[in-house]
Design a protein around this ligand. Structure first.
Ligand code: ATP
Ligand code: MN
Ligand code: MN
Ligand code: MN
Length: 283
């Protein structure tokens, strides 16, 4: 993720180049220099100068073969999302990194109050490998950009549908691959010493049941996707949710419950019947 300072320093020409690249990547694997010039109406020397800065900041990549082409990378996409969110007044500053998952980076930020910004990063691994990257690109697709945006939209939709019936972060805004939500001040359930674990387990199952009643199954629920804030559980990380009409809904809901029951059995020696719990949740 790009530092807030660089975003403030981003010149209007640099922003218009990033926007031209974002649009251009629907058509081109590597957007030709000529296309960027035509889309931005900037002189050749201006475009070259601005592109060199964007490349140095890790927002854009250059590929000289078979023609001089440029591609947006995550750093540039982050910048576009952040500038859009700050223009709307949703964000005023980006703070420290507070979490890094397999498919995202999460930052603290300042909005009306403290907030969390989750930048979805789907298809990143493939993208970091030059060979695979080339193969993807030659098909003329931009899978990481589309997949990361879809993932953010999906998570935002779930939070909107679940809040406040289910204890989830408050959804505030979404732009491109970024989701802005309330900042949860607490630790991960896995690393929290619970005083009343029986109660906490009941609370989690009740949230899972309320989500099910809202038509949503988390599908990646575990002690790593639950935060504990002032002894209250908050269920996070929703992009992979599925609807309760899914043909495997019962099995997937069962797996979520198995993960939770296994954790409480291991760490707190609490035994619950999984069938009873599952029927209570989906019944
Ligand atoms: P995974 O690797 O499990 O798929 P992920 O990349 O999907 O993770 P999340 O689990 O949503 O990402 O978030 C990663 C981390 O960021 C969390 O473990 C948590 O520490 C932190 N985090 C996420 N959302 C918030 C929030 N709203 N408030 C505070 N911290 C958060
Ligand atoms: Mn996960
Ligand atoms: Mn997670
Ligand atoms: Mn996840």
């Amino acid at each position: 993720v790009v530092a807030a300072e660089q975003i403030r320093n981003l010149n209007k020409y640099e922003r218009s180049i990033l926007l031209a690249l974002e649009r251009g990547m629907k058509r081109y694997s590597w957007v030709p220099l000529e296309h960027i010039r035509a889309a931005t109406k900037l002189s050749e020397s201006e475009v070259n100068y601005r592109l060199s800065r964007l490349i140095a900041w890790g927002m854009v990549r250059f590929n000289p073969v078979p023609y001089d082409g440029y591609a947006l990378v995550f750093g540039g996409y982050d910048t576009l999302a952040l500038t859009a969110l700050s223009q709307k007044g949703t964000l005023s500053a980006l703070g420290a990194l507070i979490g890094e998952g397999k498919e995202s980076v999460v930052h603290e930020a300042l909005g009306l109050g403290p907030v969390a910004v989750k930048f979805h990063r789907v298809g990143q691994r493939s993208f970091s490998s030059a060979r695979v990257n080339r193969e993807y690109m030659e098909e003329g697709h931009c899978p990481w950009l589309i997949a990361s945006k879809k993932s953010a939209e999906r998570e935002y939709l779930a939070l909107k549908r679940l809040h406040p019936a289910v204890s989830v972060p408050l959804p505030i805004a979404q732009n491109r691959h970024a989701v802005v939500m309330s900042l949860i001040e607490g630790g991960i359930l896995n690393r929290t010493a619970l005083e009343t674990p029986e109660k906490t387990l009941d609370e989690i199952l009740e949230n899972v049941r309320n989500a099910y009643r809202a038509g949503i199954i988390h599908s990646d629920l575990s002690e790593y996707n639950i935060l504990v804030e002032n002894r209250r559980c908050v269920l996070i990380d929703w992009p992979q949710w599925i609807g309760t009409a899914h043909p495997n809904a019962e099995a997937i809901a069962g797996r979520d419950i198995d993960n939770i029951l296994a954790f409480f059995r291991r760490k707190y020696k609490i035994r619950r019947d999984r069938e009873v719990a599952l029927q209570w949740v989906i019944g």
